[in-house]
Design a binder for this molecule. Structure first.
Ligand SMILES: [Zn+2]
Ligand SMILES: [Zn+2]
Length: 260
């Protein structure tokens, strides 16, 4: 969908499909669009969460994708609620680029479902992937933090602690989309720093973000957190690009560029 369509929408139309809204809600998205958002049901890699090719032998039989078999992952396990495609992708865009803050509430609900699949140890430290200060100033919020807070609100009790200030993005990076694997690694290397080592040492960390695309960002965060003494690092995201739904990537670059 082109961004131009929004200009023609009335405030009482769904921001995803343009159908008139039946109920007044803080989130201008219709019930049909929300109902279309479903969790991943295909078989996924037990480490990184990528879709596994059906009925192939070898690694798939052991539940790991070929990349995770070749190179041991820096994080223990990554899970996502849904595929980064269709309505879920548009809902994330609504928050990030259209700045419709109430979208964080429903995205937090999905994130919680991803977290529940992981079943992290009690008292896990939830760390949202940080934005660089320049990006945060421009966007005015960190979507990962808003979504994580919404998930935590639903989680309740002392299942987890929240720390949005232990990990810092010290170097701005360009979008990872369209870069080769070595380019992505160069782009992200040294971009993060742990600023409160005492709060990370010996802790289990649950890194959270809106989308996992290549996993390079999550891997680099896991690397610096473990170097700072973190015990294990888990990753939960609302969405994940899957090879079967991989077409979503390329035009996200345009959204990032338009937004900056
Ligand atoms: Zn709709
Ligand atoms: Zn994998």
């Amino acid at each position: 969908m082109s961004r131009g369509i929004f200009a023609a929408l009335s405030p009482s139309d769904c921001r995803l499909c343009a159908a008139p809204l039946q109920n007044i809600s803080r989130l201008p998205v219709c019930e049909e669009c929300i109902a279309a958002i479903q969790p991943i049901v295909t078989e996924t890699c037990g480490v990184c969460g990528e879709a596994l090719p059906a009925l192939s032998g070898g690694g798939a039989a052991r539940g790991l994708c070929s990349a995770c078999q070749e190179t041991p992952s820096l994080f223990a396990k990554a899970v996502a609620f849904g595929a980064y495609d269709e309505q879920l992708r548009e809902l994330i865009h609504l928050l990030k680029y259209e700045k419709i803050i109430p979208a964080a509430g429903v995205l937090g609900k999905y994130l919680l479902q991803a977290i529940q699949k992981l079943d992290p140890p009690p008292k896990v430290l939830i760390v949202p992937v940080p934005l660089h200060s320049s990006k945060r100033r421009q966007r005015r919020f960190n979507q990962a933090e808003l979504i994580a807070r919404a998930a935590l609100k639903r989680m309740g009790g002392d299942r987890a602690q929240f720390a949005s200030d232990v990990l810092k993005r010290v170097r701005p990076t360009v979008s990872q989309i369209g870069l080769t694997r070595p380019q992505r690694r160069d782009n992200i290397r040294g971009a993060f720093q742990v600023v409160h080592l005492n709060r990370v040492e010996g802790r289990s960390i649950l890194l959270v973000d809106d989308v996992l695309t290549t996993g390079t960002t999550a891997s680099e965060c896991a690397r610096v957190l473990r170097k700072a003494g973190a015990d294990q690092v888990w990753v939960a995201t609302v969405a994940r690009t899957l090879k079967i739904a991989g077409r979503a990537f390329e035009d996200d670059r345009q959204f990032e560029q338009q937004a900056s």
